[in-house]
Design a protein around this ligand. Structure first.
Ligand code: 13P
Ligand code: SF4
Length: 321
């Protein structure tokens, strides 16, 4: 509508004036993703966002996503200004893995290689040997396992179990979960599959094992989007945040994308899988960040933490399978 269009044109102007680039995650609302496209910015999975921000020459990066994505951008590009629509946008995996508790866990396994998911604070990353995202976790763990390493994995237990199962690696695991993906239900999914027998099932590996087991493709947001293009099916049941439908539908307008069911209190819920923190990235918040009129937008990372967290992050960014 008219109000949204006027926000969008003001933001595009501000991006130009400030030599800033908008980098959005696939789970942000459709209008934010459209704005990233229209303004010459970028949409990607969390690894691609990190890589894109690090190599882009803009002075300012606007990271539309959640806090860890902004922190990663700042750690990789300390010379750039990194702004977020809101610094309040956190992640249940980050919240559930405090640095002190993590240190105590780590102390119990001194002979393990510490691999942490990108969905963590800079303080937790600073204690890791490797940072990974869902797009390269399998390859990195496979590589470490082939070198005989025992692995301490944190914080997502579903992604960790999936990787342990696929690689056979010896892994001790922190027991965190994503509040969005943890809600997908295998029984309701099997019922839905009966209604759409020809549909392929696409699942993000933060989902429970019983849901991952039903999948035709498992992977990061970008990997799921690629699977939606590559598989011959015309219908897809998708178990991840509904923000992803924007790009899937845009790339394959002739295909039908169906939301996988989630459940709370025993009831089945459709169209409920949306991260509350990703949803905080509205147009007004993006404009506010660019105007710099309010606090709570610029990302800062403590210099000592940054130096430590850069080591495992660089291993991730430079890793070739
Ligand atoms: P991707 O790395 O697949 O983009 O996932 C990030 C995330 O937060 C998933 O919930
Ligand atoms: Fe974190 Fe889950 Fe939200 Fe991704 S969808 S940012 S893992 S809470």
């Amino acid at each position: 509508d008219a109000e949204k269009e006027s926000y969008k044109s003001r933001i595009k102007q501000l991006l130009q004036e400030k030599n800033a680039i908008l980098i959005a995650h696939y789970y942000t609302d459709h209008e934010i993703q459209a704005l990233a496209e229209e303004s010459g910015g970028f949409i990607g999975d969390s690894l691609e966002m990190a890589k894109f921000g690090a190599k882009h020459e803009a002075d300012t990066l606007i990271i539309a996503g959640v806090r860890f994505m902004g922190e990663t951008a700042k750690i990789l590009s300390p010379e750039k200004r990194v702004l977020m629509p809101t610094l309040e946008a956190t992640c249940s995996l980050d919240l559930g893995c405090g640095a002190d508790e993590f240190e105590a866990f780590k102390q119990k396994y001194p002979d393990h290689t510490v691999v942490v998911y990108a969905n963590t604070s800079a303080a937790v990353k600073a204690k890791a040997d490797w940072v990974v995202t869902s797009s390269i976790a399998l390859d990195v763990v496979e590589h470490l396992d082939s070198e005989g390493e025992k692995i301490l994995w944190a914080p997502d237990r579903h992604l960790g179990s999936y990787i342990a199962k696929q690689t056979g690696a010896e892994m001790v695991m922190w027991q965190g979960a994503c509040i969005v993906h943890d809600e997908f239900k295998s029984r309701a999914l099997l019922d839905l599959k009966k209604q759409y027998p020809d549909a392929a099932v696409l699942v993000h590996p933060e989902s429970p094992a019983s849901v991952v087991d039903i999948a035709d493709a498992v992977g990061s947001t970008t990997q799921l989007i690629k699977a939606s293009q590559a598989l011959p099916n015309t219908q897809f049941i998708v178990a991840t945040d509904k923000g992803i439908f924007y790009k899937m539908q845009q790339l394959s307008p002739e295909k039908e994308f169906i939301e996988a069911p989630t459940g709370g209190n025993g009831a089945t819920c459709r169209s409920c899988a949306h991260c509350p923190w990703m949803a905080m990235n509205g147009l007004k918040a993006v404009e506010d960040a660019l105007l710099g009129e309010s606090e709570g937008h610029e990302v800062f990372v403590d210099a000592e933490l940054r130096e430590k967290a850069l080591v495992p992050l660089n291993r991730m960014v430079n890793f070739q399978a």
